[in-house]
Design a protein around this ligand. Sequence first.
Ligand SMILES: O=C(O)C1=C[C@@H](OP(=O)(O)O)[C@@H](O)[C@H](O)C1
Ligand SMILES: C=C(OP(=O)(O)O)C(=O)O
Length: 701
Amino acid sequence: MFTTAFLDIPALQSANGEVQLPGSKSISNRVLLLAALSQGTTTIHDLLDSDDTQVMLKALEQLGCAVVRSTDPAHLNSYHVTGLGGHLAPATAARTLQLFLGNAGTAMRPLTAALALLGGNFEMSGVARMHERPIGDLVDALRQLGCRIDYLGNEGYPPLRIHPVTTAQLHLQTPIPVRGDVSSQFLTALLMALPLVGRQQDVTIEVMGELISKPYIHITLELLQRFGIAVKNDSWQRFTIPAGSHYQSPREIHVEADASSASYFIALGAIAAGKSSKPGPNNSTIHIDRSVKVLGVGAQSIQGDIRFVDAARAMGAAITSGPNWLEIRRGNWPLQAIDMDCNHIPDAAMTLAAMALYANGTTTLRNIASWRVKETDRLAAMATELRKLGATVEEGADYISITPPADREAWRPASIHTYDDHRVAMCFSLAAFNPAGVPVRIEDPKCVAKTFPGYFEALFSAVRPVPGSVPVICVDGPTASGKGTVASAVAAALGYHLLDSGALYRITGLAATRAGIPIDADHAGQIAALIAQLDITFTPDQRVLLDGEDISLAIRSEEAGMNASLGSALPAVRQALVQMQHDFRQLPGLVADGRDMGTVIFPLAPLKIYLTASAAQRAQRRHKQLIEKGIPATIADLRADLEARDARDMNRATAPLQAAQDALLLDNSDITVEEAVAQVLAWWEKRQPFAAVAAHSQASA
Ligand SMILES: O=C(O)C1=C[C@@H](OP(=O)(O)O)[C@@H](O)[C@H](O)C1
Ligand SMILES: C=C(OP(=O)(O)O)C(=O)O
């Protein structure tokens, strides 16, 4: 997951590939609660692992459920949940439990209903935004039943205090009225909780006002069925839980992949998985047929957001599907503008707003007033951020109309504010396919953790950047100048990959030795072939992994140094390493540390830093490092060594150490590491188009 302050997505060109999606949030949290209310153990496979499910799991553990995660590496998302059998343990009931539910509507609402009926003392709270998300209609329904719930902050909103009641104190005879026009989660909450108390008689719920987001009620009914409760649905107006209903664990249950998460990849295919052709050998033509295949959810899904497929088709997507997969290609291009009632797909409809950027006219999404009370006011947020890109947007009380930027020139490079809303972040990543070829900045990318922590990694695995758009920041300089430390801190701040080019020769030496290949001219070809197969990672904490094994220490030995030097004298080895270094340039960007990064390997890099420090300073730093490791050394000897090495490096015939002509010089003799890193990041920021936009919009405000 990207935990950086922002993530700059370079201009993207096309999409092709397969993506395995994480589990459905709506199914995961329902199944967890139903397993917790049932008797015995339920094994849940493919559970979503994200912020929303973490808060639910934690709450269930606090309630006394045993939750055991599988340790089988192939089934890490399988959990064994042992339920309460409808009763809290006396020790749990005697205390006041504080439950923190983050911003998970699917945890806050259903748990409130279940705990109000279960008996016990609870305080339910969440993040600040959760305390602005309504719950009054649910509390009203529960109070009418006889439950005792107080507001601890604002009337109608969490945090809440729940007091115990006995079943005898409840009035289950009358239909229980609940409003359905603010959130369907209130009805879902009652449907999942009432079987706790409805053993003796039918219990009926009556929906007041229009029921929104109906397909989510369908998910609730389907899953209740799986847990032994057959609810009678009278035209989405009255729901009856028959007398004698009780939760019966299915023992084992699989969670489908998330259909709302699928929407970003369906849109991706519709926007970027187009056919193309290029000239091949002997006057032939190579045809490229791209597609995005989404694994884990298919057309038969019980999730309402699967209907996004129809909306995407209406806009031009070509989609085929099987029981557990969808395959998407670009169909009509540009996309067709649509005018659609989106009440049935409130979450996935946001993705349509992003697709509207590529449509041939104005797209209007209607009947989505609920957007205003979700993770943020989504109508306002989408309007503001789409305008930043150059779109013309009309925002109504319950609709949004989007007209894309008129032409290439009208697109703006924008820094997208994400309002701690996962869907805003995911939607706007799709703007990186803009015809102007400008990058998109996503602020606070970690907000995707609510439902899809690996979203950006999944996206990057299935897209191709516009050639030359993936940025490289080169940090070259002499030995002990602090390059490694600065480069890895810059990479960590930007979420970029890191290349420690100096280590590559050492790794090559180690790999050749391990493979029993002598490091000499006769075996240079064999070593070059070996290099092509090495899987090397430089971690942000400056460890080096070879095929997943930490070899940081192994490559620092005297022997590794000797082998590195032997290998570096072989032209075939050097050539193979050039290709390998180029291969490190991957989305979203690269920080390359070495001696010839800016001069030889990445001559067109958009930022080159030449990092130096005085020989005296460098000798002192090295001395400190060695002494800390218990290795004796004197500053005078170290300084003499450094100076000799500088002279050798600067005067060697191939790729001598020198600053690239367009490099910025950074002497860090008298500044801290933090200051050096801040300086590099400030230089980088100055070269981004977003800064100019911010200045422009401030000037025109
Ligand atoms: O029940 C559910 O799982 C959900 C219902 C919908 O909310 P509303 O009913 O508030 O529209 C949806 O937006 C949310 O992400 C999940
Ligand atoms: C509205 C959403 O979440 P919640 O389950 O918190 O309501 C959402 O995921 O888009």
